[in-house]
Design a protein. Structure first.
Length: 253
């Protein structure tokens, strides 16, 4: 009886993992489609269902528009490759950042980190993200900051990174880029979109000259309204998949 029950359970886990692989591969290609990629650098990751605490990350050497569900590399908490079908190496800096977040936050089913220029520009701004737009005000209550310590190769940085992230869903990595964490790939990508759009608007607004700040009341009201921001993924993710299927299909293999 035990053996018979184990087979369907394993099948369920395989299906659940493939679903995560497909969504993560789609997210990589969407990052490329939006022009947020940085050659083979930066990383998106997702936790594999199951008790082993494994997660999926990109093979170090593929461009984001090349990523497929089967090409993603499965690694453990120590950065050791558990499963790979092609390139079996991962970026050590990516492992440091992503393992810290997955290990420190049980609710972080996915983590996304970018070096996109607008995000890096705002991360380097003395005042960080400013409430210059509705989009930014929807992000502010979810945002934290982590000071730059060098290329993220020192595993000791993981403790400070997760401390600075706290319970937030978005983080500015000072002089480096942006990071988002959510319960799954669709939610995490939604946070990423809002944060990147807020940064893009800020860079453009500040390049135009003096800016107009909203009232403190408006900022507080929008912060309250932002508490269900992750729920937007239920609307945006299916639409994003339709967009990707029309522009760059082939990720789900």
């Amino acid at each position: 009886m035990t053996t018979k029950n184990a087979i369907p359970e394993q099948d369920d886990r395989n299906r659940a993992e493939w679903h995560v692989r497909t969504e993560l591969a789609a997210a990589y290609r969407l990052v490329a489609l939006f022009g947020w990629d940085d050659l083979v650098f930066t990383h998106l990751s997702a936790r594999v269902p199951g008790p082993e605490h494994h997660f999926l990350i990109n093979p170090y050497g593929l461009l984001f528009h090349e990523i497929t569900a089967s090409s993603l590399v499965k690694v453990d908490r120590e950065g050791q490759v558990v499963e790979a079908t092609g390139l079996g190496r991962v970026n050590p800096a990516g492992f440091t950042i992503h393992s810290a977040t997955h290990m420190g936050r049980d609710d972080a089913g996915a983590v996304m980190h970018l070096h996109a220029p607008d995000g890096v520009a705002v991360s380097a701004h003395r005042d960080g993200l400013l409430p210059l737009s509705q989009t930014a005000m929807l992000c502010l209550d979810h945002l934290s900051y982590h000071d730059y310590e060098g290329v993220a190769l020192n595993l000791d940085e993981r403790e400070r990174l997760i401390r600075d992230l706290g319970d937030k869903s978005m983080m500015m990595l000072r002089n480096h880029g942006v990071l988002t964490a959510g319960k799954d790939v669709p939610e995490t990508f939604t946070y990423l979109y809002f944060l990147m759009k807020a940064c893009e608007i800020q860079v453009k607004a500040q390049s135009c000259g003096p800016t107009c700040m909203p009232s403190e009341q408006a900022i507080r009201t929008t912060a309250e309204q932002s508490q269900q921001l992750g729920m937007a993924a239920k609307l945006t993710w299916p639409a994003l998949i339709r967009l990707l299927d029309s522009k760059n299909p082939g990720y789900a293999v």
